[in-house]
Design a protein around this ligand. Structure first.
Ligand SMILES: Nc1ncnc2c1ncn2[C@@H]1O[C@H](COP(=O)(O)OP(=O)(O)OP(=O)(O)O)[C@@H](O)[C@H]1O
Length: 498
């Protein structure tokens, strides 16, 4: 029996679902007058030790404020049953979606997994490990944002289970890292292993290992996964390398969440977008041969030597492959970021002034849903000053300072177009052209790979023309106010057209 009001504040309105740990209810915060979701721990996992641990984990989870992590609002206890109050999510879990629709397109799978990686990165930096990453704990909201739910709950379940059955492992066997199974500690790297399993499943329709629980245990520990491209030949090579690295048996050999996010976001951007370009029937050549991001290996200590269970630090210092990759990418994009800011400067009112908003305050449109933007541009960069010839001079603080790179800025641009499409207010043809231009520019940029200016320059100019076209469409009423115009306003590409 569950009381109808918890803590004198949260009124329960209806059961959303039941899991191994308890029940999730739709409710209302009577004090703040807003809808909430309430997770109530099942009695069998609500022993005294578990209750204390649950409260600790919930408080830790509440520290993670990120657009890709469900917001924990409160934690309490009623009749010896601990409960957790969260933001109420719209949409459905990826497990439900997978069951209904089967595998995802490469672009969509990478976009979703990159969002999950962003959430995990924020958690790991806050010292919180999820330990039960799986499609059922990844929730896609109605506006397309992905939220990781159930942080820290698995640890409570593990401890509760160990009280009753020595050696019991809690988690979903298909996503358990070898070190978790063997009880060698479940640090941040176990979330990366599970993320690799999830990405594999979104792409192939099934996780890397299947079978009964004992078979799964054996396979996670001893078997090499079948490369996902054997199931789906169009999987790009760099994506396959990432997935195989995430599935490394040795936790120290797995990449960190931020590296995973970058690779996934880059692949999502350049993989064929089903809405814009339906994939050719029957597969065909491996798209990975037009590699985007060179990620030769993920050797080295991705967690900077943190102990199991500790936070994932930034990429290892010195010459680790991860770091070299980032530096190479940075070198490749820096010149172009400057060009784009430069041309943006020309698009300001009158065509002469500096960029009106070269210092966006939000990273991507997804970040708008967060009460606290994840990264902010501070201090405000100095605007680029166009030369008399119209060619830009290098901007001292390029966009990449805010977006992490031109590639990422393009990804945010593309995402803004997608968001605008999902809300309406943009002509279909215009949206399709925008996706095509942005993705082609991203491909051209990677083609250059730091070899100096070439196709990437042309791509940057096409992006500039696209911005102009969108501004004109806004003036002509073919593009309504929304996520895309906000992006253009905030993204260092000139002021809103008059
Ligand atoms: N904040 C939320 N807002 C809306 N629905 C939610 C929220 N959190 C969880 N749910 C939904 O509630 C249902 C039950 O979730 P719960 O976490 O208890 O179970 P599970 O994840 O399916 O299983 P388990 O806890 O055993 O891993 C799921 O359908 C889940 O998508």
């Amino acid at each position: 029996m569950v009381p109808s009001v918890l803590g004198g504040r949260y009124e329960l309105e209806g059961l959303i679902g039941r899991g191994g740990m308890g029940e999730v209810w739709r409710g209302r915060d009577l004090r703040a007058h807003r809808p909430v979701a309430v997770k109530i721990l099942a009695p069998q996992v609500a022993g005294v030790a578990s209750r204390e641990r649950f409260a600790r984990e919930a408080r830790a989870a509440a520290r993670i404020v990120h657009p890709n992590v469900v917001t924990v609002l409160d934690v309490g206890e009623e009749d010896a049953r601990p409960y957790l109050v969260m933001e109420l999510l719209t949409g459905r879990s990826l497990a439900d979606e997978l069951a209904d629709r089967g595998r995802y397109s490469v672009a969509e799978a990478c976009d979703l997994t990159s969002q999950a990686a962003a959430g995990l990165d924020a958690a790991h930096r806050a010292g919180v490990v999820h330990r039960d990453v799986k499609p059922a704990n990844l929730h896609r909201t109605a506006n397309g944002a992905l939220k990781v739910v159930d942080f820290g709950v698995a640890q409570v379940a593990t401890e509760a289970a160990q009280l009753t059955a020595v050696g019991a492992v809690v988690g979903t066997a298909a996503y358990l890292a070898p070190e978790q199974i063997e009880g060698r500690g479940a640090g941040a790297a176990c979330d990366l292993y599970a993320l690799g399993c999830v990405c594999y499943e979104l792409l192939c329709g099934h996780p890397p290992f299947t079978g009964s629980a004992p078979e799964l245990v054996y396979r996670h520990i001893h078997q090499a996964p079948v490369p996902p491209s054997r199931h789906r030949p169009e999987i790009p090579a760099e994506l396959e390398r990432l997935i195989m690295a995430l599935l490394a048996k040795d936790p120290a050999a797995r990449p960190g969440a931020e590296v995973a996010r970058q690779v996934l976001a880059a692949v999502a951007l350049t993989a064929p977008h089903p809405a814009a370009r339906p994939p050719a029937a029957g597969g065909g050549a491996r798209a990975g041969d037009t590699a985007l991001l060179d990620v030769p290996s993920f050797g080295g200590p991705p967690y900077g030597g943190t102990s199991p269970g500790g936070p994932a630090g930034p990429p290892a210092a010195g010459g680790s492959p991860e770091r070299r990759t980032l530096i190479r990418l940075g070198a490749a994009v820096a010149g172009l970021a400057v060009i784009v800011i430069g041309v943006a400067a020309l698009s300001g009112p009158g065509g002469q002034s500096g960029p009106t908003a070269a210092a966006p305050t939000a990273t991507t449109t997804r970040a708008e849903t967060s009460p606290t933007p994840t990264r902010t541009a501070s201090p405000r960069p100095t605007p680029a000053t166009p030369r008399a010839s119209g060619r830009p001079t290098p901007a001292p603080t390029p966009v990449r300072r805010v977006y992490g790179g031109y590639q990422e800025w393009l990804a945010a641009f593309d995402h803004a177009v997608q968001e605008q499409e999902s809300r309406g207010g943009i002509e279909q043809g215009l949206a399709r052209r925008a996706h095509d231009t942005i993705r082609k520019a991203a491909r051209d940029l990677l083609h250059d790979r730091g070899r100096g200016r070439g196709r990437g320059d042309k791509g940057a100019r096409r992006v500039y023309d696209l911005v102009r076209e969108l501004q004109k469409a806004h003036r002509d009423g073919r593009l309504a106010d929304g996520p895309l115009t906000s992006f253009l306003d905030a993204g260092g590409v000139g002021g809103r057209p008059n």
